[in-house]
Design a protein around this ligand. Sequence first.
Ligand code: SF4
Length: 325
Amino acid sequence: MTALIRAEGLHRTFTVGAGMFRPRQLLHAVNGVDVSVERGGVLGIVGESGCGKSTLARMLLGLTPPSAGTIFIDGQDVAGMDRRDLARRVQPVFQDPYSSLNPRRTVASIVSFPLDVHGMGNKAERRRQALAMLERVGLPARYADLTPGQLSGGQRQRVGIARALVMNPEIVVCDEPTSALDVSVQAQILNLLLELRQEFNLTYVFISHNLAVVEHIATQVAVMYLGRVVEFAPTAALFAQPRHPYTQALLASVLTPDTGQGIPETGLGLSFPDPLHPPAGCPFHPRCPQRMSVCDSVRPVLSGAAAGEVACHLYPLATPEGATS
Ligand code: SF4
């Protein structure tokens, strides 16, 4: 089956620290990522804060241009796509529904805003469409003329979802959509997203630091570490038999009760490396309990088969002849 969304060799580099007494430094937030997801699938992207997953999400949404690499939607390079066409096909749901909703607008006008921007229908039709979508996400008409400040966190996220879906997109990129919500509300929002996926034949890219959430919703998972994918596998295979030591540590982790912090307690300590100075060789080697001498100097590349791909010297296919850091 052809991938609906496919990223090839994606890089995003930022310049940081430039100043009178500080040299310019390059931060490789995303460093050669290849991922894809088929129509109707859910690609989960997991990793600690700072691993590059949100930068990847912004590139898939067209909000941050890649420094190198290509994103294809249905085989078409998005670089040559009109921004409005891209926005019609790919919509976001963000982590913090409060900060992503205009506090001065009513719920109905927030949801109909994308239709206004794209000049779809007349004012009455746009409001009717917005109300229908609000109803579908669990907010009946009595909520239409409230403002975001009058809603709970879960209700605000329902508004964010309605705003994303009112354009009838094919792909929804969800960046930590439940991590700002109470645990009791998280399951409701996840189940709503799953129902909507079925009903509207949606494809999701789902970014999260919470593996339990990803296991619940994703059909395949990419595990990111320091800007790279270190394991990419169907969800069932990844959770039944995680292969990369980092994935194993994440799965063994106990998530921090502070949902705002976004850092799982991996059992590897909080010594996440400085992304400005990533370790040589395998970037995970300073924290890896299975580290070998080769790991200090030779970077493993992602390789494997349908059961999943992994970037680790424990799996010899990941070390092609002549590979260097
Ligand atoms: Fe650990 Fe080496 Fe595998 Fe990296 S390549 S994850 S250091 S065993």
